[in-house]
Every structure is written in C-alpha cells, then in structure tokens.
Design a protein around this ligand. Structure first.
Ligand code: ZN
Ligand code: ZN
Ligand code: FE
Length: 756
C-alpha cells in the first residue's frame, strides 16, 4: 500500500510541550516536509503519527528538535516504527484526556514581542487592548481552575469569543491557535477605573501617576500599588501610609533601555530580566544617590520590565504625557498578608493607602506575587519563587511517594511532590497572620486538585509553636518533623539531585534547635535523611529574644560583652543613640540571664557588626542590617579579622570575639563591611576543611537566608571552590525560608525510602 521509500513513524515527546504552540509548530513542519498524519496532546506530552518519504520523515524528526518553539523544552523524544495508515493530510487531533494528571501546568508568561507590537499598532484590531495574548504569552496559572488547561476550566470561561477571535483560535497556522485566554476589545475582559472604561480608565490612571498619586493596579496574579518612583513625596506618602519606613520597593520600567539608564545590567541579568518569566531582578544602581526613597541605604534595586499589555499601555500613555520615569510597583497587601486579588480586598484593606483603582473583570483564580531574584556566578538565584515559576516542577533525582512539605513560619511556601517532580506553591507570606492561614489552606487544596496529588506523608518544622506545625497536626497522615537548618541544606540536595553526604553550611536568622537554643550559624553533615551538627557559631545571649532581632544594638552589646566582659563600658559611646537606662537594664538582663535565650545565629552576628560599624541601632524590616552592610561592599577583601575555633563536647565552636575587638578599633564602615564578609567566609573555609579532613566529604551545600547576600555568596563559592571543594547553593528555590518546604519534602521522601 505504501509507495516505495515511504515510511510511518510514531513520535512521542515529553517535556514542556503543551500550552506554548507546540502542535501548530508540528503542523507547520509537517506541511513543509509533505508529511501526512496527526499530532495530539497526550497525558505524556505530545504524540505524532508521521508518514511520508523516508528522507522527509527523517528531516521532519530532526527538525522537531532543532526548530522547537523557544518556550518549549523537550525532555525525551522517542521514535517508534509504526504501521502505515490511510492518511492524506496532516491534522491536529483532539487531546487525549484520560490520565491527564501528569501534564504540566503552564506558567504565566510575559507579553511576547509580537503581541507587544500589535497593541501599539494603530492599524491593529487590538490597538491599546490590555488583554492581548497568544500561545507564546499571557496568563496561564493565575487563571486556571483545573486541568487540562482548556478555556472552559479557566476564569476566561465567561467570555465568549467573537467570530474573529474564534477564527484565530481554530486556525492551526495562527499564532493564537488554541491560545486559551484569546480575547479582543469586542469579546474579552475590560479595564475600569471608577465609572471610566477602557482607554479612558487607563488615561486617568496615568494622569493620577503623573500627579504623584498612589494607585492600585490589577495585574496577573494580584494588585500592585503604583506611583512615580522618582517623586520623593509620592514614595514617602506610600511609605507613611503603609507604615513601611525603609523596606525597599520593587520598581517597573517601560523597557530595558530605560533600566540601563539607572542600573548596571550584565548580559546574564538582561537575559533574566527579559525572560518570559519577567521576574524582578536585583540590579546595582548606577549612582548611589538615585531615588534613595525607593531603597534607602541599599546599592541595588529590584527592577521589572513591563510584563503585561496593561503595563505596556500605561507606559505608552505616560510617555504621551511627557512622563518617562520608572514606577514603584509593590504588591498590594496589608502588612505581612497575602497580595490582594479582588476589588473588595483593596477597598477593605487598602482604602487608606489608595483612593484610585485601575481594575478589570478577568478574575484571578490563583494568587501569585512577582518573583524576585539575582544573578550570582552567571546563574539566576531566586529569593522569591512565584509568578512565572509557580507550578513549574523541580526535577528530583528519582520517582518517589507523594509528600507535602509544610514550609516555615515567615515567607512561607509549601511543596507537593508527585513522582519525580516537586511543585513549590507561590509565596504565601507570614503564617502568624490569620488571613495567611486561610490563604494557605485554600492554595493547598487548589494545588492538590490541579496536580491530582494525594500526599502520603507530611513534613513540618521541628518548632512546636510554628503555625505550620500546628496545622500539620490537624491533617491526616504520617508526620515527620524536620529541623529547620537541616531542611535548608536538604533543599540544596534536592534541587541538585545529590544523594551522597554533604557538609552543609546553614546560616540564617533563627531556627529551632533541638537543644532549645536558637540556631542559625550551623555546619552539619547531612545525607537527605539524617544530619549531624558538626560546628556552630559560639552561642551568645539574644537579649529580649524577639526584641533583640529588631533593636540590633542589643546584639551589639551581647557580642561586645562576650568579647570584652565588663570592659565593654569603655565603648559606651557606641551606644549614643540608645536610651541610657534601657542600655544598662539590658546589660543587667544579660548578666542575670533573664529573657536572654542563647543563639548561634549568623544573621544576629551580621546585626551586631552592622551596629558596631555605626550603621543603625534598630531595623524596620527583616534583613535590613545585613543588606545595608552588604551595600557598602565593593571589592572582595584579601584581609580578614581574627577569630578562634575550639572544640567543645565534640563540636567545633567558632568564636568571633577577637574580630569584635578589631572591628571597634576600625574607623571606616566600608572597610569593616568588606573585611567582615571576608572573615565569615574564612571561618566557613577553616571549619569546612576541619570537618572534611575527618569525614572525607568534598561536597558543600550553602543555604539559609544569609546566603541571599550576593557579595557573600560569590566570595564563599569562589574561596571554597579554590580549595577544591564542590560547592552547591540554592538556584531554583530561595535560600531563605521560602525554600525549606522543598528540603522538608525531600527529608520525608528519604525517610520513607530508608524505612522500608
Ligand atoms: Zn503574544
Ligand atoms: Zn474577540
Ligand atoms: Fe531559615
């Protein structure tokens, strides 16, 4: 029946091949090479039946790999011999839906160049339409209610496509073929501001911004609060109304060219910034004095480039008004609560901050903040994994049972696994807020449904008082408690697929230690299931517990007393800003060991040094002291301060007391900052060498919030690699507590495997 030299093949492709125009690509390729047959989405990925001249089938198969759409990722391509069939054309067939559970949930994508061109083209039917999208761009995760990803299962269900849109949707050669949220001004969602609709609403919003007003803007995964980033009064008003005196705001610029005007952008940073995930990227300011109100005392800014058509149009209208400034674009939420997604939430929680709201009627189903990251050693590192990454799976080293990692207390995320994939929820927030707990439970049930995951084991932090620990206790199933810093280290092992022991360095603010003290400067040998503490920073008093992490002069005093004893009083002038009575009472508190838990936290040592360098005595947001210290650093220092390492009960104890004595003699804060960073890296290197000598372990895992410090991470990776160690750090999940859910999940998997 076949003509000579004809051939039939079945091709099965798995990977990221759905929801990004893969089938139209195959369709076009088949036409090009005279191939007959069909293509369809299957639970495994994409299946193709290709029949034609042998030579053509061969080229067709190889070009699937070489010409695949940019946004796709082929993990596996299998070619099987097939029986010939009576096919005369090539077609796109209906999806196979059975067992659709394994399919990957597509992530939200920034507007593509084609759509960006259209919405600013006066002749196009989507001119200034803020919801243009295609198979290469637009909302996905934030609008999907259940799988498979079909319009009927998204919040676009209520918009019926007009004939023009429907035509695009059904034409295999159109770039909107099966673009589920396809829409236009006639049939799709609309923006509004008060009584104004469409372009009038956006013009009004732009006008308000130029006047220095703060407006709420509905974006992909939630609302932003926006204002002119260069208008000092506007930003200060926002700070005052949000009671957020210093914490940096993310900013949004129209395009890369404008970002380059105020920030240094390396090639890698440019790629990350303009990627379809469009995260906020930490970039070094060109001039330290640029818009200090946006990120006071910091050298870097979190910058995004306009990533939705709505943002693009807003910048276009602003430009027409002669306004070219970047905008503050900060998540609209009440303090420590999840980002607002509805008009009602904005009115209820933020009416005092903003009186103007640019909203729209495309409902957000899955709440999702902006992702934040930085480039270190050429690799993007996430400090917040959310929009663009939410529900992209992290590949594990092997298939395993499904588990749930509950996450931590602050910056919470949770992690669900399914076979050899781990799915991180997007940033949830601080769990000690009542609102957050509701959001957590609703996000968890949505995600279980989307993934079809039924976790058999639940892993949570060892801390008995964490909201997530209490929540886990109420859930059915087997529980496993995982120590906080072990979870940080396991998160690195999980994402780098490490199944042999590592020396883990977990440096962060706080974490519950099994000995009842507050850990955070730990070295451990860990294998995924078990861990053993090998070394730690010398434990000192944390005067006033939580208060000691805010009034950082308390840690300054604690370390000063540790280093100098009663002679600390010779340096009482360092405490000029501190109320004298309070100072002396805290001094007594430390001596009497009242309300002074012990801590080995590296974060608190950063606080102490920041205070002793004269930067500040109190902080208004987590990590402020360390970030301001990092901001002073320019060059890696070859010199470092003295410290001691001694042994106590089989544990190596690092004592930085000699360093404290040297720091207070130093005059220049910049020198202190640079030498201090070099010192802690030297501490790590010396300690690791000692542990490695004994254990013969050569792999190092660095994690914990302290490693969000780019200057430190770079220096540590460099120094440890030079010494011949293989160094791993977090890349796909945050080094802060936003990443521990992955480590908890990994510990649960490992424990269950080894228990069998
Ligand atoms: Zn597009
Ligand atoms: Zn339409
Ligand atoms: Fe932590």
């Amino acid at each position: 029946m076949l003509k000579p030299a004809q051939q039939a093949k079945k091709i099965i492709i798995s990977g990221l091949v759905q929801g990004i125009g893969f089938r139209p690509f195959i369709y076009r390729l088949a036409k090009e090479h005279g191939i007959c047959g069909w293509v369809l989405n299957s639970p495994k990925g994409v299946e193709i039946f290709a029949q034609g001249r042998a030579a053509n089938v061969k080229i067709f198969t190889s070009e699937i790999k070489t010409k695949a759409p940019q946004k796709s990722r082929i993990d596996k391509l299998v070619v099987l011999q097939a029986r010939s069939a009576d096919v005369k054309k090539f077609e796109i067939k209906e999806s196979l839906k059975r067992g659709a559970k394994k399919s990957i949930i597509p992530t939200d994508l920034a507007i593509c160049p084609d759509c960006a061109r259209e919405i600013l083209d006066k002749a196009d039917r989507r001119f200034l339409y803020p919801f243009a999208n295609c198979t290469n761009c637009g909302p996905r995760f934030t609008i999907v209610k259940k799988m498979p990803y079909d319009r009927a299962f998204t919040t676009m269900r209520e918009f019926k496509m007009c004939p023009d849109c429907a035509q695009e949707f059904t034409d295999p050669l159109n770039r909107r073929f099966h673009a589920q949220p396809n829409a236009c001004d006639i049939c799709g969602p609309q923006v509004y501001l008060g009584k104004l609709r469409g372009i009038r609403a956006m013009e009004k919003a732009a006008e308000q911004i130029t006047k220095g007003e703060i407006i709420a803007i509905k974006s992909l995964g939630g609302f932003h609060l926006a204002c002119d980033a260069l208008n000092k009064k506007a930003v200060e008003k926002l700070r005052l109304k949000k009671s957020r005196p210093h914490k940096p705001f993310a900013i949004m610029a129209e395009a890369l060219s404008s970002v380059k005007k105020f920030c240094h952008v390396s090639g890698e940073e440019e790629k990350f910034l303009l990627s379809e995930k469009a995260p906020a990227v930490m970039l070094k300011k060109r001039s330290a004095g640029f818009a200090p109100q946006v990120a006071p005392n910091l050298s870097a800014l979190a910058v995004m480039v306009a990533y939705t058509p709505l943002h693009k149009i807003l910048f276009y209208l602003l430009k027409k008004m002669g306004f070219n400034n970047p905008l503050v674009m900060t998540s609209a939420n009440a303090k420590d609560e999840p980002i607002c997604i509805s008009d009602g939430e904005i009115r209820q929680k933020l009416s005092a901050v903003t009186d103007c709201m640019l909203s729209h009627n495309r409902e957000i189903h899955n709440r999702c903040d902006d992702s934040v990251g930085f480039i270190c050693d050429g690799k993007p590192r996430l400090t917040r994994r959310a929009r663009g990454f939410a529900l992209e799976p992290i590949k594990l080293s092997h298939n395993a049972i499904s588990v749930l990692g509950m996450g931590g207390e602050l910056k919470n995320t949770f992690c669900l696994t399914r076979q050899d994939e781990a799915f991180m929820s997007c940033h949830i927030g601080d769990m000690n807020e009542r609102e957050t707990e509701n959001f957590y439970l609703s996000a968890l049930s949505k995600m279980k449904k989307l993934l079809g995951a039924r976790p058999a084991v639940i892993a949570h932090d060892l801390h008995p008082d964490y909201a997530t620990t209490k929540l886990a206790a109420k859930m059915p199933g087997k529980k496993i408690a995982v120590q906080h810093h072990a979870a940080h280290i396991f998160s690195v092992m999980a994402e780098h697929k490490i199944n042999s022991p590592v020396i883990g360095v977990a440096w962060d603010g706080t974490g519950y230690g099994p000995d009842g003290s507050i850990w955070g400067g730990e070295f451990m040998v860990a294998d995924g299931k078990n861990w053993r503490r090998m070394a730690s920073l010398k434990p000192v008093a944390l005067p006033g517990a939580d208060a000691g992490a805010i009034e950082i002069w308390r840690m300054g005093l604690s370390w000063l007393k540790t280093a100098l004893g009663e002679n600390w009083r010779k340096h009482i002038s360092l405490f000029a800003e501190v109320d004298r009575k309070k100072l002396l009472s805290v001094d007594k508190m430390i001596d009497a060991k009242i309300n002074c838990p012990l801590t080995s936290s590296m974060g608190r040592l950063f606080d102490a040094v920041s205070f002793l360098a004269g930067l500040r005595s109190e902080i208004t947001y987590e990590g402020q002291a360390a970030m301001e210290l990092e901001a002073l650093c320019e060059n890696h220092s070859a010199k470092f301060y003295s410290f001691e390492i001694h042994k106590k009960n089989g544990l190596l104890i690092i004592d930085p007391s000699p360093m404290i004595k040297e720091v207070i003699k130093e005059k220049n804060a910049k020198i202190i900052a640079e030498k201090f960073h070099a010192t802690v890296v030297e501490m790590a290197a010396k300690t690791i060498e000692e542990i490695s000598r004994k254990t013969k372990i050569n792999k190092i895992a660095l994690s914990g919030g302290v490693f969000q410090n780019k200057f430190l991470l770079e220096l540590a990776e460099k120094k440890l690699s030079q010494k011949g160690f293989k160094v791993y750090a977090n890349v796909l999940v945050p080094a802060n507590d936003g990443g521990i859910a992955l480590g908890q999940a990994w510990a649960a998997i490992k424990n269950m495997e080894n228990a069998r």
